[in-house]
Design a protein around this ligand. Structure first.
Ligand code: HEC
Ligand code: HEC
Length: 207
């Protein structure tokens, strides 16, 4: 379709424009190329389960008509046989958006640190109710308990941001994204803020 081709071209243009102002890749973040080659290629190299193939311009230009933000959102939350986060819950927003950019451009895009609007359909309270409570209500496997100031205080010494990061990545008995791969970064942030708020402690207040 003509309109799709046009928007595909416009997308590539805006991506290369964004690349001009791209900040260097941070050590703990993988590049789009790396993520695609190690994770997404499992399906997207061969077209397994109907995955659009890397380098298939026709297939990607149709999807790109939705815009890069929407494509990234669908890759984060999962769509039909596309698993949330490509099955790797620890991938961050920035890594996902770079991987999508890399695939859509057929491997030509330079990584950007352009933020995209992380999907947020569930509130922090809803996420905690749906998932986090399972361990954090009673403190299962050493999880800091909801509403227990003593449990949270030592973890909050550098504020909420590092906690959000470690909850996304997972550590020790805490699974990445609490084991719910379709949670977005924004939803994880709200959930952590909600849990921390429950302690009544001043999140981010340095003493
Ligand atoms: C287990 C197989 C599998 C893996 C791994 C996988 N995908 Fe997919 N992906 C699919 C399938 C199947 C579709 C087609 C879904 C549909 O539209 O029905 C798809 C579709 C997509 C789409 C298009 C979504 C849309 O709205 O049209 C994007 C973007 C995407 N994948 C990104 C990724 C990224 C990024 C990774 C790696 C982090 C990844 N995928 C890993 C199977 C996979
Ligand atoms: C399967 C059990 C389980 C689930 C489900 C779970 N957690 Fe955890 N969580 C843990 C455990 C265990 C720890 C303590 C890990 C440690 O510090 O050793 C933890 C620690 C944390 C921490 C502290 C991180 C740090 O760096 O100190 C945060 C924040 C957190 N979880 C957020 C969440 C959020 C948000 C959810 C829901 C999306 C969730 N957790 C779901 C088990 C779980």
């Amino acid at each position: 379709m003509k309109t799709n081709k046009l928007s595909y071209g416009a997308l590539l243009l805006s991506m290369s424009a964004a690349a001009l102002s791209a900040a260097p890749v941070q050590a703990d973040e993988r590049s789009g190329k790396e993520v695609v080659e190690t994770i997404c290629a499992t399906c997207h190299a061969t077209g397994k389960d109907g995955a659009p193939r890397i380098g298939d311009k026709e297939a990607w230009s149709q999807r790109a008509a939705k815009g890069l933000d929407k494509l990234t959102q669908n890759a984060v939350t999962g769509v039909r046989k596309m698993p949330a986060h490509g099955g790797q819950a620890a991938l961050s927003d920035i890594e996902m958006s770079r991987a999508v950019g890399y695939m859509v451009s057929g491997g030509h895009s330079t990584d950007t640190n352009k933020a995209y609007s992380s999907p947020k359909t569930r509130t922090g309270a809803q996420v905690v109710e749906e998932r986090c409570k399972e361990c954090h209500a009673e403190g299962k496997s050493g999880a800091p308990k909801l509403g227990d100031m003593n449990d949270w205080k030592p973890r909050l010494k550098n504020g909420v941001a590092p906690l959000v990061k470690s909850a996304i990545n997972g550590h020790n008995s805490m699974p990445a994204r609490g084991g719910l791969a379709n949670l977005s970064d924004a939803e994880m942030k709200s959930a952590v803020e909600f849990m921390v708020g429950k302690t009544g402690g001043g999140a981010g207040q340095a003493h």
